[in-house]
Each structure stands twice: as C-alpha cells, then as structure tokens.
Design a protein around this ligand. Structure first.
Ligand code: GTP
Ligand code: MG
Length: 197
C-alpha cells in the first residue's frame, strides 16, 4: 500500500452524522487499551494522527479517517473500545447501541479488524464481538498486537492458544507490533483482501 494522504474526517455517534459512503470502509475494534489507535497510526505512517493513550477508554466516539492511496483509497474507522471498568455509566450505556447501529447498518463497511493482545487469552467480550461481527456478516480480520512484548516461544504458544479459543486456524491470525511496525504489510494485505472480496 502506498499512501498519499490521510485525513481525519469526523467523529460521530449516530448514522446521521457519519460521512458519506463514497469509499470502502474498514473498522478497528477491540478492548480498551489494546492498541487500536496505535495500529492505525502505524499503518497510515503517521505518528499522531489518532490520539493514543496510556489511559484506557480514550476513544469513545466513532472516528472516521480517509486514506488516499494506491492501489486503492478507503475510510478507516477507529471504534471505541470495550471492557474498561472505569468508563462512566452513561458512556457504557451509549456504547452498545452506537456499535450496533454502525455494524448493522453501515453499507460501505467491508471488514472489521478485531485487535487482540498476543499476551492474553481472548475474553468473553472479545468472543462476543467476534460473534457479533459474524451475525452482521462482517468479515473479521484478527490481528494479534504487542508482539514485541513476547519471546518467539511465547508468541508461538499464545498464537496456538488464541486460535483454539477463537476456533480458528492459526494461519488466519495476523501478527503485529506498533513498536517495531512488524506486520504492517500483512495488515494491509488482509485489508485489501477484504476490500476486494
Ligand atoms: P482506547 O482508545 O483507550 O480504547 O485504546 P487503544 O486500543 O486505542 O490503545 P492505544 O493505541 O491508545 O494504546 C494503548 C497503550 O498501548 C499505549 O500506551 C500504547 O503506546 C501501547 N501500545 C499499543 N500498541 C503497542 C505495541 O504494539 N507494542 C507496545 N509495546 N505497546 C503498544
Ligand atoms: Mg484509541
């Protein structure tokens, strides 16, 4: 993927505020603090396009970005994370309907990158998100991030354990690190496959 330009379009809660559906769209989901915003910054080669934070639960709106590139242009969508206990109750209440409206109704949505921490066995919420995606016929792209934090042995062991928990073949899991940027091309390849499917 060769990127000419990436711009922030807008934040939205409800469909009336989403940008137009003139480009294919890929969204990024995962628990709070897993590294969604960091991954987006790395794949678009921008240091701070998306705000990242050591405080979980920073992203609480649906954030739309537009990437102009070759061989294709698309929108990237940073979805608010789940599973963070300290998020205010009104924000938590808004989260489910906000996600459901987006995932069920967004016509241009071609795939959802579900980001998991290589060091953790997927939680019930991760599994719920995966089954939610499948029930809306949204193609899941599973990315295991923070791979820089594990040894080669741990990486192999965790990959097998996570694949078993997800009931997927481990060849379907994409490895990534925002620190080393390893896996950037593999993430783009998976996105391209989803856009062209
Ligand atoms: P919310 O928006 O709060 O849901 O979080 P997020 O999923 O967008 O996570 P974010 O990208 O803000 O990253 C959370 C923390 O993890 C930050 O301190 C990042 O620097 C760190 N981090 C993210 N990806 C990696 C990675 O691949 N390796 C390492 N070592 N740290 C990472
Ligand atoms: Mg974020």
């Amino acid at each position: 993927m060769h990127i000419h330009q990436t711009t922030f379009i807008k934040s939205a809660v409800k469909p009336a505020d989403y940008p137009p559906i003139d480009l294919p769209e890929i969204a990024f989901a995962g628990r709070s603090n897993v590294g969604k915003s960091s991954l987006i910054n790395v794949i678009v080669e921008r240091k701070a396009l998306v705000r990242t934070s050591s405080t979980p639960g920073r992203t609480q709106l649906i954030n739309f970005f537009q990437v102009t590139g070759v061989p294709f242009s698309l929108n990237l969508v940073d979805l608010p994370g789940y599973g963070y206990a300290k998020v205010p109750l009104d924000v938590k209440r808004q989260w489910g309907p906000m996600m459901e409206r987006y995932l069920s109704g967004r016509e241009s949505l071609k795939g959802v990158v579900l980001i998991l921490d290589i060091r953790r066995i997927p939680s019930d919420e991760d599994l719920q998100m995966l089954s939610w995606l499948r029930s809306y016929n949204r193609r899941p792209i599973i990315v295991l991030t923070k791979c820089d934090k594990v040894t080669k042995n741990e990486r192999a062991k965790q990959t097998a354990a996570i694949a078993a928990k997800l009931q997927m073949d481990k060849s379907q899991l994409v490895h990534f690190s925002a620190l080393s940027k390893d896996g950037r091309d593999a993430v783009w390849q998976a996105i391209q496959d989803a856009v062209e499917a």
